[in-house]
Design a protein around this ligand. Sequence first.
Ligand SMILES: Cc1cc2nc3c(=O)[nH]c(=O)nc-3n(C[C@H](O)[C@H](O)[C@H](O)COP(=O)(O)OP(=O)(O)OC[C@H]3O[C@@H](n4cnc5c(N)ncnc54)[C@H](O)[C@@H]3O)c2cc1C
Length: 461
Amino acid sequence: MRIVIIGAGPCGLGAAHRLLEKGHSDFAVYERRPYVGGLAASFRDERGFTWDFAVHVAHSHYHYIDRLMDDLLPGGFLHHERRSWVREYQTFIPYPFQYNIRHLPPAARDECLAGLRELAQRPPSDAQRPTPNNFEEWILAGFGRGIAKHFMAPYNRKIWSTELRDMGYQWIGDRVPTLDLARVERNIAEGRDDVSWGPNHTFQFPREGGTGAIWRALAARLPAGRLHLSCGLVRLDAGRRIAVFEDGREERYDALISTMPLIRLAELAGDTGLVRRARGLRYTHVEVTGVAPAFPIPDALRDKTWIYCPEPACDFYRVTPFSIFSPAHVPDPDRHCSLLCEISTPGDAPIPRGDSGAATLRGLRDIGLMDCDPARTHLFTMVEEFGYPVPTVDRDAILADVLPALESQGLYSRGRFGGWKYEVANMDHSVMQGVEVADRLLDGAEEVTLPKPAVVNAGKR
Ligand SMILES: Cc1cc2nc3c(=O)[nH]c(=O)nc-3n(C[C@H](O)[C@H](O)[C@H](O)COP(=O)(O)OP(=O)(O)OC[C@H]3O[C@@H](n4cnc5c(N)ncnc54)[C@H](O)[C@@H]3O)c2cc1C
């Protein structure tokens, strides 16, 4: 079986790795960019700074991934506690937000509390309550009006660039979070921080080279001649199963594993009905500005792995003090630090031009996070047309039409934008989507990650 893999991100590399593990050598990987890693690539710029496309924390729902990571970078990881914060009202609020509303100004805190008390009046069992129809209703049902207003709604609108009533909530898990009003009230009364971090909330991060070091190590295992960089798929003859690449090369395939965005694959496959259907899928563009001021990391940021920024005072929805993940991310941690600031725009808006640096510096100053002198701050901007696959209410119905129709033509679309399911779109999921589809093609094994996200997210497999 001749297998052609499109894309050398985590999913495509995962598929190739699995084929090799199974002793199947009749495959090739084609990547349109000159580097591997896809959205999880890292870049070292001419000034010696290393940048991820927003920080990539390697969660793992699979023992297979744990073993693979250890094998790829033995001893090559640093370990961190996950410490998330919210920044608003010129203050830091530890995450989870709902348990730490004591940090809000009194009027906002009281609105949050009033919303939670309203919820406490509702019928106690899930069965007696109305089922939310969309993400907006899910937020109100789980957190109440105050927390929706002061954090959940503005933050989620910012990251998803989508009306929350157009989004589903199955990607979070079907349960509305349990409301623990007594815990919230106790934290306020006792002035206590109730944080999510601690010894069980640790993650590992490559010591050097950013997240991309993982994918470069995986790609280095491919035998010579199997990986073709700067060689994008530009045409498909789906009937004759021939893929045509930008250098004019043609490849016959029995099965094509595609990790390019599903909409683009449907366009190349050429069925107009299917293209129209696939174009109903929504996504965001993401622009990430790397900010490197000429001073070491401020004390206030040393204990924060990332900071959610819901307010309109800044365009970015999240800031990550990237240099605390590894001192190797900056040339000299005593003289520099680095931050990653992420901005989302809707997929139907023009692709960002990568010119948000000045606005990002203003935003950092206006929310009181950091005052950088533009003349002494190094900026590095990255833009991706496809950043987040939005879990809209109609997403699953669209996928149920499009994915099987493509598979009937030997086209297996997998990965973050190939499978388009945000809940299984992290790196571990994406690798495993590649691994599982390879197993299915070779042995007929059943795939789990893409068809059954709730199963894989329930615990470690
Ligand atoms: C802002 C942001 C933050 C994230 N944070 C995390 C995190 O903390 N933890 C985590 O686990 N994951 C995170 N992710 C998700 C992670 O980036 C993805 O899980 C992973 O990159 C998906 O791998 P993939 O191979 O499916 O897709 P991609 O990484 O998108 O790779 C697809 C590849 O296909 C190539 N391609 C596209 N079209 C063609 C073509 N026509 N021909 C040939 N090649 C083509 C692309 O160039 C790309 O290299 C984050 C993503 C974003 C955007």
